[in-house]
Design a protein around this ligand. Structure first.
Ligand code: G16
Length: 541
């Protein structure tokens, strides 16, 4: 094999964020931009020689070109087996499943998640390690450092590989296996859930269900699982064909971007609606005229896990990201299991799962999953709900309201201020952080601050410490304000303000109205208007 050594020079700013490197497509299209990052990933692996690498993505614009580049570089770096999803497709949870099943050293997942796709939109790449989960902080730091001093990358001369046909192709010493991207994942789902009773529910006439794949990666998975295996009517899955620009929409499962689904469920009187995002790791759950907050969804799934075959013997423990409401903590307490609080980012759950400490985990950002893989998993969450609906015969709203009546309710909202000037955002966070010491004991409209800090996380498994993971301000009436800058945006900075408050009655109250005093206090303490000029958030979830 003739290995070509190509000289290159570093690009600044190739630091992976909350979930891999996300940039505009045009940034990735610069000469050697993708190659530099991929080589830095390969250099961060102890040895690529003789190893297996999984490659796939959400099908967005630039996916196919990137895969051809990666194939040649992987072979030049010594990988012996490449497993590639047909047509370059692999959802993030399916990639995690395939990495684990075939003993790969890791995988490259090409996605910018829920961000829009197309020539003028976003692309992304992340490395998942042998456990199927996102690279650790230390590995992403090492990748970033390599990108800053890189001088060469390795590749080979080869014709483009046909990735549209399932089969095997040999190039030099490497075997390239193009696989059905759905089968392994669908089989895993079938092992976890009670497909028998779920099939009775979905194929019956009394229950009407709709899943919105948002023209993103979950379309083929949803068709195989819901329609072929669970007998749901064909019209149950909408927007099922993955498109490289997601049909011009944001593949982001929330009330704004999945508004068509919400309308169908409400107007047509459907019982259950769900949607997933670009790469299939997020989920949104709705009932008729009823939206389920992701924090409540995590808590409810944990409380009802005994109805799902794979978890019927009990959960080992649960975890949530720090900004996620504390609803799941109350369930853990009742179940007598541990609840861990981690920084934002799925990578922090991996060690807890590998060490057998948790079964379920989730985040307010529409992510929920279990230790069946090491990624968040949109379809898994939808299947959990269907399993529980089938087992209880209750509606979505009945289930949630029963849950609140037992545990109380954690009102939760997140306010996002997008594309703000990065320098102003940094100054705002600096000022807020400096003010924290003086906040404790202060009283605002009769409510006192009991804790104000920058969240630090000590990983109980490997002892690593992650500092500056978001500002927390706790109040003596049970209210909480969390403030951090997003690590996934591609334009300027995005400020996220998370607000939550525990209540034991009045569950029908409007969340924004009930949280207004907390919202006003947060705006005042952060100085949002003063630093950004903004008076309203761009997105409220
Ligand atoms: C990613 C991460 C999640 C994180 C979310 C938001 O999700 O996997 O762990 O909660 O970003 O992060 P941030 O608040 O930093 O923007 P996804 O679905 O975008 O891959």
């Amino acid at each position: 094999m003739n290995r070509n050594v190509i000289e290159t020079t570093p690009y600044s700013g190739q630091k992976p964020g909350t979930s891999g490197l996300r940039k505009k497509v045009r940034v990735f299209q610069q000469p050697n931009y993708l190659e530099n990052f991929v080589q830095a990933v390969f250099d961060s692996i102890d040895s690529c020689q003789g190893q297996t690498l999984v490659v796939g993505g959400d099908g967005r614009y630039f996916n196919r070109e990137a895969i051809q580049t990666i194939i040649k570089m992987a072979i030049a770096n010594g990988f012996e087996r490449l497993i590639i999803g047909q047509s370059g497709i692999l959802s993030t949870p399916a990639a995690s499943c395939v990495i684990r099943k075939y003993g790969a050293v890791g995988g490259l997942v090409l996605s910018a998640s829920h961000n829009p796709g197309g020539p003028d939109e976003d692309f992304g790449i992340k490395f998942n390690r042998a456990n199927g989960g996102p690279a650790s902080e230390s590995q992403t730091d090492s990748i970033h450092q390599t990108t800053e001093r890189i001088t060469r990358y390795f590749t080979i001369d080869a014709e483009p590989i046909d990735i549209d046909r399932v089969g095997e192709i040999r190039i030099h010493d490497a075997l390239i296996k193009v696989i059905d991207p759905v089968a392994d994942y669908a089989d895993l789902m079938q092992e976890l859930f009670d497909f028998h009773s779920m099939k009775q529910l979905l194929s019956g006439t009394n229950f009407k269900f709709r899943f919105d794949a948002m023209h993103a990666v979950t379309g083929p998975y949803a068709q195989e699982i819901f329609i072929n295996r669970l007998g749901a009517p064909k019209e149950s899955v909408i927007n099922a064909t993955p498109k490289d620009d997601f049909g011009g929409h944001h593949p982001d499962p929330n009330l704004v971007h999945a508004a068509d689904l919400v309308q169908q469920v409400n107007v047509q009187g459907l019982d259950f609606g769900a949607a997933s995002d670009g790469d299939g790791d997020r989920n949104m759950i709705i009932g008729h005229q009823f939206y389920v907050n992701p924090c409540d969804s995590l808590a409810l799934l944990a409380a009802n896990a005994d109805k799902i075959p794979a978890y019927a013997n009990g959960l080992k423990g649960v975890a949530r990201s720090m900004p996620t409401s504390r609803a799941v903590d109350r369930v853990a307490e009742k179940l007598g299991i541990n609840c861990y609080e981690t920084p934002t980012g799925w990578k922090f759950f991996g060690n807890l799962m590998d060490d057998g400490r948790i079964s379920f985990c989730g985040e307010e950002s529409f992510g929920t999953s279990s230790d069946h893989v090491r990624e968040k998993d949109g379809l898994w969450a939808v299947l959990c709900w269907i399993n529980i609906l089938a087992a209880t015969g209750q509606s979505v709203s009945e289930l949630v309201q029963d849950h609140w009546s037992i545990y109380g309710k954690d009102l939760f909202t997140r306010h996002d201020y997008e594309s703000i000037d990065s320098d102003s955002a940094a100054k705002m966070m600096e000022r807020l952080t400096l003010s924290l010491d003086g906040l404790v004991g202060e009283t605002y409209h009769g409510v006192s601050v009991t804790l104000a800090d920058q969240f630090s996380y000590s990983d109980p498994v490997d002892g690593s410490v992650s500092h500056n993971q978001g500002v927390r301000i706790l109040l003596d009436n049970g209210g909480r304000i969390v403030v951090r800058l997003s690590g996934t945006g591609t334009e300027g900075a995005t400020l996220r303000v998370y607000l939550d408050q525990f209540i034991e009655e009045g569950f029908q109250t409007d969340t924004q109205v009930a949280l207004k005093p907390l919202i006003d206090l947060a705006n005042q303490l952060i100085g949002i208007k003063e630093f950004t000029g903004r008076t309203e958030p761009d997105v409220v979830t």
